[in-house]
Design a protein around this ligand. Structure first.
Ligand code: THU
Length: 163
């Protein structure tokens, strides 16, 4: 997976978390960080979240190598809001890509926030079960999972084989 080296400020919150999947970035040091972190961080700032005030950014590396981003876009009619992951997927499809090689999601949260149930199914539509999903906080905590970790027992076209 492509990575880049950046200066990274360590979190306080992540140090308190017990989850072994969470890799707190402690201290000020050069870390290898996912190449999707910067685009997801940037797009998160453009989220439209006046109701929840919870801004989320998502970045997808498609199998073509192109990077596609999305942020949550809320609506006064609350159910009409869309998640960051859905936005990134829409951008990917609009750009002509159809396969996710990797996805990263970031939010300002005490712990890396996993995609909601609906987004898990949306991601699974375009990603193989072993595709890496990196969940990040703006404090620098990261949790790395796979699509299969996120959505065991995913509904697939194979389940409609008798239809
Ligand atoms: N949200 C996302 O964009 N992605 C997630 O993975 C979790 C939740 C958004 C939806 C809504 O705008 C806000 O976060 C609060 O739920």
């Amino acid at each position: 997976m492509p990575k880049c080296a950046v200066w990274w400020a360590g979190p306080r919150m992540a140090q308190r978390l017990q989850d072994p999947h969470i890799q707190p970035k402690v201290g000020r040091m050069i870390q290898e960080v996912p190449m999707l972190l910067q685009p997801a961080t940037d797009v998160r700032l453009r989220a439209y979240a006046p109701y929840s005030r919870f801004k989320v950014g998502a970045a997808i590396r498609a199998t073509s190598g192109a990077v596609h981003v999305g942020c949550n876009v809320e609506n006064v009619a609350y159910p009409e809001g869309t998640c960051a992951e859905a936005g990134a997927i829409a951008a990917m499809i609009a750009a002509g890509d159809t396969a996710i090689a990797e996805i990263l999601v970031i939010a300002d949260s005490p712990a890396p926030v996993p995609p909601c149930g609906g987004c898990r199914q949306k991601i699974a539509e375009f990603a193989a079960p072993d595709v890496k999903v990196t969940l990040c906080t703006t404090d620098g905590a990261q949790k790395v999972m796979t699509v299969a970790d996120l959505l065991p027992g995913v509904f697939t076209a194979a389940h409609m084989a008798k239809a």
